[in-house]
Write a protein that binds this ligand. Structure first.
Ligand code: PMP
Length: 348
């Protein structure tokens, strides 16, 4: 009978991670460039002797480096194992009311999974026909608001003035702005944490810092917000961040030039890719991220997906009534995107 008492969940399905040689992997919005050389150096110099001890539960070294890089006091920073961990902790910490939390119907598909897991009532607010968000739709009674900006999988950026408008009018619940892709375009909501003590801005190393494999995410917010999150973290697992990750995370922050160079390269490849996709009959919302969410004017989505796959190019296709014609294509290197265009020429 034990199964009667199991907490049953329908889990989030992450993108495939096939270990196939010569695969052009454009399905999980990873960075095509490697981490900074300083990260390589930090990993080489890491002394395994230290592993006999527990890591710093406060992740002090990394919090300090983040504080210096982003000019935010240390007690306003939270670090977790990828932004998924940070977001899950935030959901568990802040969304504890009977009122529904609000997020778009087309957005990061982990939000509703956490809603279900933690028993948080939620309402998915339909985005407009063009996939944009109407902030006015969020001006109602709620237990919290979550907006990915830029949004995934659409790639659309919501102007910061609209985010501030929302914060001005929504002071009674926590607002999470998930900025996983902000380094590829748009203005961050980070400066607003000074004005709004209910704003949490969440970021990740997985995209712009080329370190999806290290699993580091972080959040900025008021002292109070961060304290509440830390209380929950220390009630689940104190030692979330392992020693090598902390070293690697700090090293990445010490190389701003490399960070700038690689993000700029991705932005320029993205703009080139937009033009090339248009020439081949694709349309898409105007992406400010490291991916493009595109549909073809005449060819079936799954046909294109399978043909690309036959040529060793992996992209992502989501189920869902409103997005079933779309492919999400992460931005790779120039060479990779040229190869995609060659293959698309054959297909379309
Ligand atoms: N938020 C959004 C909008 C994302 O697309 C992703 C990547 N899947 C994440 C958060 C989580 O990324 P990570 O856990 O790798 O930091």
């Amino acid at each position: 009978m034990w199964e009667d008492n199991v907490r049953r969940v329908v889990p989030y399905v992450p993108g495939e991670q096939p270990r196939v040689k010569n695969l052009i992997k454009l399905n999980t919005n990873e960075n095509p460039y490697p981490p900074s050389p300083l990260v390589y150096k930090a990993m080489r110099e890491f002394d395994c002797y230290d592993l006999k001890k527990y890591p710093d539960p406060n992740v002090g070294e990394l919090v300090k480096a983040l504080s210096e890089t982003y000019n935010v006091p240390e007690d306003q920073i939270f670090v977790g194992v990828g932004s998924d961990d940070v977001l899950a902790t935030a959901f568990l910490t802040f969304f504890n009311s009977d009122k529904p939390i609000l997020f778009p119907d087309i957005t990061y598909s982990f939000y509703d999974v956490w809603g279900e897991l933690y028993g948080i009532p939620y309402e998915q607010i339909p985005v407009k026909e063009d996939f944009s968000i109407d902030i006015n739709d969020y001006l109602k009674v709620n237990g919290g608001i979550v907006i990915a900006n830029p949004n995934a999988p659409t790639g659309l950026y919501e102007d910061l003035s609209n985010i501030e408008e929302l914060l001005k009018k929504n002071t009674d619940s926590v607002v999470i702005i998930d900025e996983a892709y902000i380094d590829f375009g748009g203005r961050s909501a980070l400066p607003l944490i000074e004005k709004y003590d209910n704003l949490l801005v969440v970021r990740t190393y997985s995209k712009s810092r080329s370190m999806a494999g290290i699993r580091i995410g972080y959040a900025f917010g008021s002292k109070k917000l961060i304290k509440y999150m830390l209380d929950v973290k220390f009630s689940v697992n104190s030692y979330t961040m392992n020693m090598p990750s902390i070293k690697a995370g700090v090293a990445s922050l010490k190389d701003p030039d490399y960070f700038k160079e690689t993000t700029e390269k991705i932005i320029s490849t993205r703009e080139w890719t937009k033009k090339e996709l248009k020439k081949r009959g694709f349309s898409f919302p105007d992406s400010m991220t490291n991916f493009i969410f595109a549909r073809h004017e005449s060819l079936e989505r799954d046909y294109i997906f399978n043909k690309l796959r036959e040529e060793n190019i992996l992209v992502r296709a989501f189920n869902g009534e409103r997005i079933k014609e779309y492919l999400r294509i992460s931005i790779g290197t120039d060479e990779e995107m040229k190869r995609v265009m060659e293959v698309l020429d054959k297909i379309v």
